[in-house]
Design a protein around this ligand. Sequence first.
Ligand code: SF4
Length: 641
Amino acid sequence: MATLSQSPLASHWVIVLCGGRGSRLGSITESIPKSLALVYDKPIIWYTFLTLFKDGFRKFLFPLGYRGAMIEEFLTKEFDDRDCEIRFIDTGEDTPISQRLHKVSSQIAEGEDFFLINGDTFFNFDILGMYYFHRRKNSLATFSSVEIISEYGMLIEKGGQLIDFAREKKVSHFLLNGNKNARGHVNSGFVWLNKNALSLIDLENCKNFEQELFPKIIQMGRAGHYKIEGSWFSIDTKKDLNIINLKEGNQKELGSMVQKVKKNLVTRYSYQSRYYADINELKRKILNRTIIPHQVEIQPGPIGRDICWLKCPYCYGHTAQDSGERLTPERYVTIMKQIAEGGVKKVIFAGYATDPLFYNYIEDIVQVALDYNQVTGFHTKAINISDRLVNQITGLSIAPLSYFSISVDAGNNESYNKVHGVPQSQAKLYDQVLSNIGRLVHARAQTQSPLDISATYLLNPLNDSSEEVLKSIHDLREAGVDLIRFTFPQVPRGYSVGPSDSNIPSCDKITENMARLRPLIEKENDSQCQVLILDLDRVHDIYDVPRSLPCFARFIFPSIGFDGWLSHCSESAAPHFRDLAMGNLQEQDFWEVFYNYDVNDFKGGLNVSCNKMEQLNCKCDRKEHVVNSRIVESGVFDDLV
Ligand code: SF4
């Protein structure tokens, strides 16, 4: 079966024009470029890139211009881990299209076909079909036309009689004055071009690329006309942006279609593909025991103390019992080295029922990840952070894509203490966390370290007032985080949400909060700090769904629990899941435990662990839900489940 990376489009460049000022979007483009304007809290260029990637492109050229660095930063952050080539070339702010193409065309081989599109258009149609049409006709250029929704009211006439009046009518073409046989079709701006066509005009001095080149090719008889069937919506004005976000007009069909496309792209490209490239390859490597997990999560437990002194009522691991077992510090370093030397590229320091920074020797195990240049991620409350750790992770030796995510979940000390069940009501932990963020940001600025610093805020009835949310955004932005992500706590294992639950918001409460807070939060977005709110349970339809089986987590993101046992995933890494755990790393080596599964009776083994998961009532987090269900949906493991 051909995988997408073998698509015929993979070898062709796509040029995404995204350098213009977008001045017709008014104040929106004062601080951001047009293609970062949000459509259902995703930038237009996010849709552009992922739709092209979905259709098979693997070579992307972005001729940057106005606020180009922001586009480059966004795309790099978002898609740097994809198996494709992305090139950004600065072509100047107010540069005509022809000169932009002149500056990037050297990337394209002579005689090569390339796809030219605008970065401000939402689209979903058969680009591969258009490419085959282009090849079949051996065209120098294949233009495409679209049906549009008329922005004017229409007087409908038939046989010279007025028969109706309508708004938002679809128009497929226009009759041209003075030539009643000629029809005008709306140019979509999407064109397959052969590099040779560019030499038909003086690109460097051309004033109007389309006006000078297109008629020339047409008169040569080397042009094709492809009629797009599918969706296309160009975002030129603020009104267009409102229409596509369903804030204006009545194009519900368009709005729901965009949301559907977003949902598909999120599910297709968010968790799953980050964790494995090709599902057939995943299966092959599992069965011949050459699989290397995408990441290993490390949940170290403090030695000689309770696993956690906070009492967050919505803690996902609140049912965890502490057996007191811990890996010795020396053993931990040994295990970390085994993981790195075995080929694991990414380690995450987090906690199911604890906080990784509560571990007394966190700097020693982090140092191993730095020494082996592993992508290093942190999920922590950052209440205490040593100078040594600050210097370690803000040093230049940290691998690109490493990140430090702080869960804050409050906008002031009082609320912080309530939300986290902090016994001493006078504690100033919120201020302490902000100052720790400031230390990290300051240290990073000294070294230009690639570390990404972000904050998460789990909204619940204790901390979701608009005032508190806005205050936390201002404080965190002031502290210097790159991204603030508002979302909602998942329902923990063994927890049932009460009617007016003060810890875990109900579905209705979440919907109400999304409607109330999203406009507030979107306004806070700026070039320094991206702010977004997500209802991921709705996006993935998993609100209060316990688990997605069969479970493949152990092969993709196994976790070492605070008790030192290797577990299938971050949410099953605690002593009460011992029956499910893979082995004790105090006594056994990492790879000995990791590869301890029966390939001859893989199905049997999988069933045994899944039955245990049901009995032990483990509860997936969002990435586990999505990855497990996508693997099952692919059908590749049908013969083994
Ligand atoms: S919580 Fe989910 S991912 Fe983890 S073991 Fe259970 S079923 Fe698997």
